[in-house]
Structures are given as structure tokens and as C-alpha cells.
Design a protein around this ligand. Structure first.
Ligand SMILES: [Mg+2]
Ligand SMILES: [Zn+2]
Length: 233
């Protein structure tokens, strides 16, 4: 029987699975644009991503039902489902890692019939129209990320397992140095280029499927040789 258990696929949520960065759009929409100042402070490295998320929640007022409606209006990459099915068929474990919030991730996954996919993220609680984020994995992370993806990568990786990491942004920085194969777009791609991290650039999950297929097929053809990605944009 064919098995690809030696591969673990980790994928970012906001802007990678979803078309929009749902978290960023949420805060932008419901904080009367005040969120932009906070985000630029985070981008400059003045505040940690955890602190940024705490402050964004403080300045945002939204009820649970409004947030639900907002989340359900979001779209995912049209080919992500095909990719998830491919992983299932190939018996490759696919896990979502997010420095965003569980509330909208869960709703969006359910909407697209993807609720069986495991995910690790920060948690959102509501107090009326106030948002209270919780960070169950913070202490195990790097001290900057609310939910550090590097921790999960190391924790989930099995012995001799190759890790494929797919992402689009700066919340993926901690993970890409530890991954065996990096698929990157947008800010993450710029980061990989700047830091000289080998990666496959991609635009959407159509590209991911193509790259992934090649990786798996390559590995089956010659299991002894290591697959090396040297492709750069
Ligand atoms: Mg992202
Ligand atoms: Zn981190």
C-alpha cells in the first residue's frame, strides 16, 4: 500500500487558506481603522504579535453574531479543498497553524466542509461586544508570537518526518527555518528571499498541488535520495 506518512504538511490559515487575511480585515473593519497603527507598530518590531493581538481586541467592538456573519462571508482559495483531499488520499497529515483566532477559523472550516482538519490557534472569548483573546500555547513559543508555529512544528513532527510548510506572512517566520520544504507567497516569500531561505513561490493552491505532487512522486521514484528544493523566485 502506498504511504506518505513520512511527510507532514503544515499550512497557515489567514491569507493562505482564506483569500483575505480574515483577522486583519476583521480588526480593520470593526476598529474604525485604528488597527492600522497597531499593525504598523508590530511590523516595525515595536510590539510583539501577541501584544498586537491583545491591543487589537481591546479597540475592536463586535458581537458574537456580527463576527459570525463576517466570518461566514469569507472565501477560501478555490483549490484548497482539492489539496486537502489529495493529502487525505495520499495519507499525508495536514494540520493548520494560525496566529489568528479559533472563532472564525472554526466557522470558515465548517462552512467549506473542512471541519475535520486539525488546527492550532489562539482562542477568542466574548464579553458582550468585547473580545478577549487567550493564548494557550504562548509559554511554549518564542515569546513574540501569540501561537508560535515553530513550537507546533517541532511538537507535531514525527521521527524522520519531512515537514512541508505553506504560508503567506510574517506569522510564518518562526516555522520556515525548521521546515524541510517551504512554499511561500507574499510577505513570507519576501522574507525567504531576504533571509536566503530555500522555498517554492506559489500563487494559489493550484500551484501548491503541482509542487506537492512533484515532491511526492519524486520521493517515490527514489526514496534514497533527498529531495532538495533550490527553486527561487
Ligand atoms: Mg497568513
Ligand atoms: Zn514564534
Amino acid at each position: 500500500m502506498r504511504s506518505s506518512k513520512n511527510i507532514l504538511v503544515l499550512v497557515d490559515f489567514d491569507g493562505t487558506i482564506t483569500q483575505n487575511d480574515v483577522g486583519a480585515l476583521l480588526f480593520d473593519t470593526f476598529s474604525k481603522k485604528e488597527s492600522q497603527k497597531m499593525v504598523s507598530r508590530w511590523l516595525k518590531g515595536e510590539i510583539s504579535s501577541r501584544e498586537c493581538l491583545v491591543r487589537l481586541c481591546e479597540i475592536t467592538k463586535i458581537s458574537k453574531s456580527e463576527l459570525k456573519k463576517f466570518a461566514l462571508s469569507q472565501k477560501i482559495d478555490g483549490r484548497f479543498r482539492v489539496f486537502a483531499d489529495l493529502c487525505k488520499k495520499e495519507r499525508v497529515k495536514l494540520v493548520i497553524l494560525s496566529d489568528g483566532l479559533d472563532f472564525y477559523i472554526k466557522l470558515i472550516l465548517e462552512k467549506f466542509g473542512l471541519e475535520k482538519l486539525p488546527f492550532y490557534s489562539n482562542i477568542l472569548r466574548f464579553e458582550g461586544r468585547r473580545l478577549k483573546p487567550e493564548f494557550p500555547y504562548f509559554d511554549r513559543g518564542c515569546g513574540n508570537c501569540g501561537n508560535c508555529k515553530r513550537y507546533h512544528l517541532k511538537n507535531l513532527r514525527g521521527t524522520k518526518q519531512k515537514v512541508v510548510y505553506i504560508g503567506d506572512g510574517l506569522s510564518d517566520k518562526c516555522a520556515v527555518r525548521e521546515a524541510d520544504f517551504v512554499l511561500a507567497k507574499n510577505d513570507l516569500q519576501k522574507y525567504c528571499l531576504k533571509e536566503d531561505i530555500n522555498h517554492y513561490p506559489f500563487r494559489n493552491f493550484g500551484d501548491v498541488i503541482q509542487i506537492f505532487h512533484d515532491l511526492i512522486l519524486n520521493q517515490r521514484k527514489d526514496t534514497k535520495s533527498q529531495i532538495k528544493i533550490t527553486h527561487k523566485a
